[in-house]
Design a protein around this ligand. Structure first.
Ligand code: SF4
Length: 388
């Protein structure tokens, strides 16, 4: 994207910890790293701390191999590698959500590798359709709240939490607008740009993010996109429109391959995609209840299904809603939750006549040439590449 307003986002992603280090130096506040997904940033913000999402880089994984088996996903291994290398030494604490067996193990390893350093697990409810899920989650959030208060020495009040929610929700709304604008007007900016903006949003203080997003939205002339506009965009010519399904997109430059193959990403269920910017309206007076309601109604993913939602139906409807012609499973190698879901999801897509492609990637060592070829073939199958 040529617009100057975008430079802030691309520069942030290129130097991911810079903003957090500067913020810490300026404010003296605590910086809390969190592993995607679903950690409630509002709780961290209301404790006067800065939440920063930890996602590994494509560098060599070496030190982490002494602790995590090579058949653990590269997201967990590369995150641990960053910490062992000392890249995350500026963090005052880390929250690890329990999304799967790997993160459960990672929490124990983290404690072992960094004794005396603040690390908390975030235990998400599994059976979210049960009435007890909300009560359980409340207790879990209260436990995390108490731990954060102890670390920062600052009480998390309902007013502070509501303020943090509102700031976060304003950012999510603008991210959602950009997300929809890209799907309706793919020529405005690339899929790679969109996911750069979302990643940057997880790295900077929300007070700084909000005006940056407002500036970008204004510069691009972004307005609300109607469902009819989205559907009409789906019928237009040009790049082929695809939906992404998976946990995390890796390596970071994979989105450029979609663009080069003539594919536009118009929707996703990725942890640092739609799941991160999923909007939620607060109901009632209790901000902790807002976090609970949002968590229990997040879109389905490999490790969690929201109340009364079947991921197969969700994906088919989401594809239709976003005007996507096909689906690309973007699976991290050894991501068990996504692997478990794959067979059923693929069957459902096949029965509905939706073309699908499965790519297995890694934070390191993915053969981009091979992926580029497969994406080009998929674009052709959908009706042509960039010039169709
Ligand atoms: S959900 Fe998948 S990507 Fe995330 S930590 Fe577990 S195995 Fe890795």
């Amino acid at each position: 994207m040529a617009d100057d307003s975008f430079a802030f986002f691309s520069q942030t992603v290129q130097d991911p910890w810079k903003a957090a280090k500067e913020w810490k130096e300026k404010t003296g506040g605590a910086v809390i790293g969190w592993l995607p997904a679903d950690v409630p940033e509002e709780l961290i913000m209301a404790a006067g701390a800065l939440p920063v999402a930890i996602v590994g880089s494509g560098g060599t994984i070496n030190l982490a191999d002494a602790h995590l088996q090579v058949w653990a996903c590269s997201f967990a291994r590369s995150g641990l590698e960053l910490a062992l290398r000392g890249d995350l030494s500026f963090l005052d604490g880390v929250v690890i959500p329990q999304t799967c067996d790997t993160t459960r193990t990672l929490y124990g390893i983290w404690r072992h590798c960094f004794p005396g350093r603040w690390v908390e697990v975030y235990l998400l409810p599994r059976q979210v359709e049960r009435p007890s899920a909300a009560a359980y989650l409340r207790e879990e959030l209260l436990r995390l709240k108490a731990a954060l208060e102890k670390l920062t020495g600052r009480e998390i009040t309902p007013t502070g939490l509501a303020r943090a929610w509102e700031l976060n929700a304003s950012c999510r709304r603008l991210l959602g607008r950009l997300y929809d604008w890209h799907a309706a007007h793919p020529e405005a900016f690339s899929s790679e740009d969109l996911y750069t903006i979302i990643r940057a949003a997880t790295l900077v203080p929300k007070e700084d993010l909000l005006p940056r997003l407002q500036g970008l939205v204004a510069a691009l002339g972004v307005t609300e996109v109607s469902q009819a506009e989205l559907a009409a965009a789906g019928m237009g010519r040009g790049k082929q429109r695809v939906f992404l399904s998976g946990s995390l997109a890796a390596p970071a430059d994979i989105f450029s391959l979609f663009e080069e193959a003539g594919l536009t990403v118009v929707g996703d269920d990725l942890h640092l995609g739609y799941r991160y910017l999923f909007p939620a309206e607060p109901a009632g007076e209790d901000p902790l209840g807002w976090i609970i309601a949002r968590q229990l109604h997040l879109p389905p993913t490999g490790y969690l299904n929201p109340v009364g939602v079947d991921r197969r139906h969700y994906l088919l409807e989401a594809l239709k809603r976003r005007g996507a012609k096909g689906l690309v499973f973007l699976h991290l190698r050894f991501c068990e939750p996504e692997n478990y879901d794959y067979y059923d999801l693929n069957q459902a897509l096949a029965q509905a006549g939706v073309p699908a492609l499965r790519l297995e990637t890694d934070f390191q060592g993915t053969s981009l040439g091979q992926i580029a070829t497969r994406l080009e073939a998929f674009a052709e199958m959908l009706g042509g590449g960039i010039d169709a």
